[in-house]
Design a protein around this ligand. Structure first.
Ligand SMILES: CC(=O)N[C@H]1[C@H]([C@H](O)[C@H](O)CO)O[C@](OP(=O)(O)OC[C@H]2O[C@@H](n3ccc(N)nc3=O)[C@H](O)[C@@H]2O)(C(=O)O)C[C@@H]1O
Ligand SMILES: CC(=O)N[C@@H]1[C@@H](O[C@@H]2O[C@H](CO)[C@H](O)[C@H](O)[C@H]2O)[C@H](O)[C@@H](CO)O[C@H]1O
Length: 368
């Protein structure tokens, strides 16, 4: 009997060696183990390992770079705020003159005394004065009392970058006194990552959200960044309910826009000028074909350094140029390709932002 069993075992071993038998049978772990150690299985294992490594590498390379520069870990406590600190930092970058500039354009500067501007839009108002006069007659320029009365203004500029996705920074962002948002960036449905408070929103006609009531608070200041004379014309027709003009925009802006004129401000183009000149060293007087300009986010940081005492940023930073698949926004699937003709140099902007982070003028809530 024993001899028979031994013979059977020998036969089974031979079969496995010849590969003519399913050795992965759960009843026979001995064979499984044996086979695992066989050469072909090691090869398979190595192949699987390579596959896993490639998959991990690929998924990482599709994401933004995972190097965390200038990352400022969020604390539960409010950051200490020192009055005039941002202004001190701003004067190092922009010089002292910028202190005297009003944040928003005012009627008196264009009505009683015509302030001649050296540059055309977007760096000045030269040539657009008459249109602007009509807009300033129906809008306001004041900084709301809720901001004016603060002893120290803690501000956060929320960029539209993908780095905000799954950041859970919503609660942190809502705690700042002033939350500055950009363009049509949504909050509805993204509150957990980006918060729901919007004190100031910078926009231009082509970037205006079609339903401003959904994405803003009733008292949000909607600050127009004018790039061309038509931008003044657009806001005038909207607020005065005049005949809308469709031509002259690179993307169709809203024709009906449900906002209170009291919420509207016109950003002083001076901030665009100094962002271009002092942060990016761009020529201010450019030939017609060249249209290099700062992004709205960099402009917002420049504005915040003049309006606030403490400036934090979140959601800034683009993928590397070779990273063609990485989506750039926290709310939609578009890539760097969409910015091809936009007149922005995002790598130069990254250098400017890093400089501001290094000198401590701003702090970053997301990585950079
Ligand atoms: C296709 C296109 O028009 N893209 C431009 C869009 C577009 O017009 C609006 O979103 C409205 O649809 O606007 C811009 O910018 P955008 O609206 O994408 O983003 C606002 C600001 O966030 C910062 N940002 C964004 C994405 C990212 N990955 N990293 C970032 O740092 C930038 O500072 C950016 O300014 C713009 O106005 O600057 C610049 C973009 O070139
Ligand atoms: C998507 C794109 O390239 N649009 C350009 C437009 O650039 C955008 O202009 C905005 C101001 O209107 C803002 O600066 C934004 O950040 C830019 O991406 C150019 O201004 C426009 C010039 O005619 O051409 C559009 O194709």
């Amino acid at each position: 009997m024993e001899e028979e069993e031994e013979e059977e075992e020998e036969e089974e071993e031979k079969e496995v060696a010849r590969g003519s038998r399913d050795d992965t049978s759960p009843q026979e772990p001995f064979y499984l183990l044996r086979n695992m150690t066989s050469k072909s299985h090691w090869k398979l294992l190595a192949l699987a390992l390579v596959l896993v490594v490639v998959m991990v590498w690929y998924s990482i390379s599709r994401e933004d770079r995972y190097i965390e520069f200038f990352y400022f870990p969020v604390s539960e406590k409010k950051e200490p705020c020192f009055q005039g600190e941002a202004e001190r930092q701003a004067s190092k970058i922009f010089g002292n003159h910028s202190r005297e500039q009003p944040i928003f354009l005012q009627l008196k500067d264009y009505f009683w005394v015509k302030t001649p501007s050296a540059y055309e839009l977007p760096f000045g108002t030269k040539g657009s004065e008459d249109l602007l006069l009509r807009v300033l007659a129906i809008t306001s320029y004041s900084i709301p009392e809720s901001i004016q009365s603060l002893e120290c203004r803690r501000c956060v500029v929320v960029g539209n970058g993908h780095r905000l996705k799954n950041s859970s920074l919503g609660g942190v962002i809502n705690k700042y006194d002033v939350v500055i948002r950009l363009n049509n960036a949504p909050v509805a449905g993204y509150e957990g990552d980006v918060g729901s408070k919007t004190t100031i929103r910078l926009f231009y006609p082509e970037s205006a959200h079609f339903d401003p009531k959904i994405e803003n608070n009733p008292d949000t200041l909607l600050v127009l960044v004018a790039f061309k004379a038509m931008d003044f014309h657009w806001i005038e027709t909207i607020l005065s309910d005049k005949k809308r003009v469709r031509k002259g925009f690179w993307k169709q802006p809203p024709l009906i826009w449900d906002v209170n004129p009291k919420q509207i401000r016109i950003l002083n183009p001076f901030f665009m000028e100094i962002a271009a000149d002092k942060l990016l060293s761009l020529p201010i007087q450019q030939p017609r074909k060249i249209k290099q300009k700062p992004t709205t986010g960099l402009l917002a940081i420049t504005l915040a350094l003049h309006l606030c005492d403490l400036v934090h940023i979140a959601g800034f930073g683009y993928p590397d140029a070779y990273n063609k698949k990485q989506t750039i926004h926290y709310y939609e699937q578009i890539t760097l390709k969409s910015m091809a003709g936009s007149g922005h140099n995002v790598s130069q902007e990254a250098v400017a932002i890093k400089r501001m982070l290094e000198m401590g003028a701003v702090k970053n809530l997301t990585y950079f």
